[in-house]
Write a protein that binds this ligand. Sequence first.
Ligand code: NI
Length: 170
Amino acid sequence: MSNEITGEVIEIRTYPDPVLKKVSEPVTVFDEGLEKLVKDLFASMHVHDGVGLAAPQIGILKKAAVVEYDGKSYVLINPRVIDQKGLQEGEEGCLSFPGIYAHVTRPEWVRIETQDLKGNTVTFEGEGYTARAFLHEMDHLSGKLFIDYLSTLKRNTIKKKAAKHTGGHF
Ligand code: NI
């Protein structure tokens, strides 16, 4: 990443903002605009102590996301799962649902194929919470939210809670 481009903190879209349910477009241009987007994602994630953030969460419908966990940073551009193993149960939150957590079952381990800022293909492996973060962010790029994994009853409870947060800033 070049040093001249600095990331800006962008306001995170919260549920029920309709942008969160849209399918993002693949990234086809690997230029300074993409680098700026990735730096904005890191800056906006850091200010909320998040472990991941996807472009639609800052209103940009491009298949780009970042994950930072356990001292490692990952840039995901046009990511896809190429292998997965096992299952894990765990609590999951989302910066678009401030203060809301729910149990979500995910694969325990994944290998993903993605692109870097120059368009080179790279693969990352993640297990445990890193795998969970990869999959959660990749879901955002397809307009899928963590509440979509829950029962209708649980989902409706969360929707009511989230409605109270609308317009709030954390
Ligand atoms: Ni999220």
